[in-house]
Design a protein around this ligand. Structure first.
Ligand code: B12
Ligand code: SF4
Length: 524
């Protein structure tokens, strides 16, 4: 059977990283079936194009996953795929939370032939067998023969063959302007490709923040893969980077990579001992970033960026969403300690919490400016179905758009916070992005780390330009020109520094060659 795994575009950003579920399900597919992968964020397609693709490749079964924000888009694509003759099965967090919706059991038309609820590691082979035999069922639950829910232990985690997979749609070098690519090819030998690879080392988070779907979906029982299987996966990614003269970074997509600090340390030690080091990013909550030994191991094993859900600089707002374990008073110390080791933070903030009042953007910015520079990201509190937040707001009749996902609009609220209007909360997000990514803020951030190595400052500069794009449209060439022009001062200064270093290096090489010649002449 020909199977397509499809991830719809999110309507906001391009993907910098493939979705792991596709590669995981591909690895769990029996070898007699052929699997095609399309990520709509990397390879955008219209409904007509996807239907044609399904016909051209004689796809019989299509698996689609979608976060809540992509649901409407996913449903439209599913309709096109079904009209082209393939069966559609949906999986992932959104349909697990509202399974009746894609099956047409609500007031929404039907978009799926089947849904897979929860973690599908064990159900996917069953779905394929049923589809191949023409007896696809409507709902697949991850339960045993007694109907009891079973969470995959991750002990038998499949091998994802990163070394041989076709990743061309995710090569970020493809998005780099041609002139820069030619320059890099001329002067270096290792910029043929650039990938960010998602790897999971464990699942589950026990913290149960009110707005988050993770505790409900993966459960509060944390499960880990063996250290060795993670190390092997890293080694395979590393080998690929070498053979294709490219660069590969890893995103440990665990929701809380250091949830068990002892185990994280032991994994990082194994990564170091077996030289499976690659530059990596992970999500870790701030309360776990106090342990200096952990921070040393993060740095030594290749950790470069930590994604931290700070959410708010106001302790009361945090308590209101069951995230009181985040202590704003401790943020700076943890971020300083990371920066001392050359590790920077992607700090995520949510506006529109019930405690928020007008001016929240400025208050947050004042605090952020006292930290080492990083990549702040700002969003609005979004009630995802089946979360405690959603249920609370629905029961109180406060949802202004109860099915906001069917009418997805980026950076738009779906309820009225109690101390700030919807319009004001949205304006605060706009202001926060504007302030944090202004040319002045970018220059100031670089200035704050002027004593750090050149490579760190360059990465910070380009990462800031790229992250700005999450909020401000900058897909088009002229938008990039404008951005570069606005930030020309730090760019020129970094370029000049690189040129100076290159000249110094050349001179040193010449000096060495001259002294070698003298030495040789003396000997003859
Ligand atoms: C990595 C990640 C990202 C990455 C990007 C995604 C990527 N390219 O991988 C980044 C950091 C960019 C990101 C951003 C966001 N994310 Co995110 N992200 C994750 C994270 C941490 C891991 C995803 C993952 O790979 N998991 C591991 C795989 C194996 O699990 P899985 O995808 O669920 O797949 C399993 C099952 O669901 C099922 N399955 C999944 N798909 C399918 C399909 C079929 C056909 C079948 C049969 C089965 C199946 O089988 C798999 C194996 O068991 C999850 C949380 C989590 N732990 O999953 C959040 C999560 C998916 N993100 C979430 C959110 C909200 C966001 C943002 C909207 C946050 C924001 N406000 O900006 C943005 C939106 C990004 C965008 N522009 O679209 C929510 C989604 C909730 C929801 N109901 O939609 C999650 C669940 C986290 C949360 N806090 O609740 N995210
Ligand atoms: S700590 Fe993060 S992953 Fe865990 S429940 Fe809270 S927001 Fe979700």
């Amino acid at each position: 059977m020909n199977i397509l795994l499809y991830s719809p575009d999110n309507g906001v950003t391009r993907n910098f990283m493939p979705h792991l579920w596709m590669f995981l399900l591909k690895s769990l597919t029996p070898p007699e079936h052929k699997v095609f992968l399309i990520d709509g964020n990397a390879q955008p397609m219209t409904e007509a194009e996807i239907a044609q693709y399904v016909r051209d490749n004689q796809i019989e079964l299509c698996g689609i996953s979608a976060m809540t924000r992509m649901a409407a888009r996913a449903y439209r694509m599913a309709d096109a795929i079904r009209s082209a003759g393939a069966k559609v099965v949906f999986g992932g967090p959104h349909v697990t939370e509202v399974p009746d919706e894609p099956l047409g059991r609500t007031d929404e038309p039907r978009h799926a032939d089947a849904v897979a609820l929860g973690e599908a590691d064990h159900t996917w082979p069953r779905i394929i067998a049923d589809a191949a035999a023409g007896r696809l069922q409507e709902v697949y639950k991850p339960v045993n023969e007694n109907g009891k829910e079973v969470k995959p232990s991750l002990e038998d985690y499949p091998v994802i063959p990163w070394e041989t997979l076709d990743l061309s749609q995710f090569n970020m070098m493809g998005k780099v302007p041609g002139a820069i690519r030619t320059f890099l090819r001329r002067f270096t030998h290792d910029w043929e490709s650039l990938y960010m690879i998602p790897i999971e080392s464990g699942r589950g988070c026990p913290y149960g923040c009110d707005f988050c779907t993770v505790t409900g979906f993966f459960g509060d029982a944390i499960r880990f893969r063996s250290n060795q299987s993670v190390v092997n996966e890293l080694l395979s990614v590393k080998r690929r980077a070498k053979t294709e003269h490219g660069h590969m970074g890893v995103f440990f997509i665990d929701d809380n990579f250091a949830i068990n600090v002892k185990r994280t340390k032991s994994l990082l030690r194994d990564i170091i001992d077996q030289d499976a080091r690659l530059p990596w990013v992970a999500q870790i909550s701030i309360n776990l970033l106090k342990d200096e030994e952990l921070l040393d191991l993060i740095a030594a094993s290749g950790g470069r960026w930590i994604f931290i859900g700070l959410e708010s600089v106001d302790a009361e707002s945090l308590k209101g969403v069951n995230k009181g374990f985040n202590k704003p008073a401790d943020y700076k110390l943890a971020l300083d300690r990371l920066a001392e080791r050359g590790i920077y933070a992607i700090t995520s903030f949510i506006f529109g919490m019930d405690g928020d009042t007008p001016g929240v953007a400025q208050r947050t910015q004042d605090v952020v400016e006292s930290w080492p520079p990083g990549l702040p990201v700002y969003g609005l509190m979004t009630p995802y179905p089946a979360t405690p937040l959603y249920d609370r707001l629905r029961d109180a009749g406060r949802l202004t758009r109860p099915k906001h996902w069917l009418d997805f609009r980026p950076f738009r609220m779906a309820y009225t916070p109690d101390r700030i209007s919807i319009e004001q909360a949205e304006a605060e997000v706009r202001e926060a992005w504007g302030q944090a990514y202004s040319p002045e803020a970018i220059a100031d951030g670089l200035n704050r780390i002027r004593k750090r190595p050149y490579s760190e400052r360059t990465v910070m500069f380009f990462a800031r330009l790229a992250f700005r794009g999450i909020y401000f449209p900058q897909m088009k060439r002229w938008q990039w020109f404008h951005l570069i022009w606005q930030n020309r001062r730090p760019l020129l200064s970094l370029t000049y520094e690189a040129f100076r270093e290159m000249m110094k290096h050349k001179k040193a090489l010449k000096r060495m060659a001259r002294s070698d010649n003298l030495e040789a002449a003396r000997k003859t």
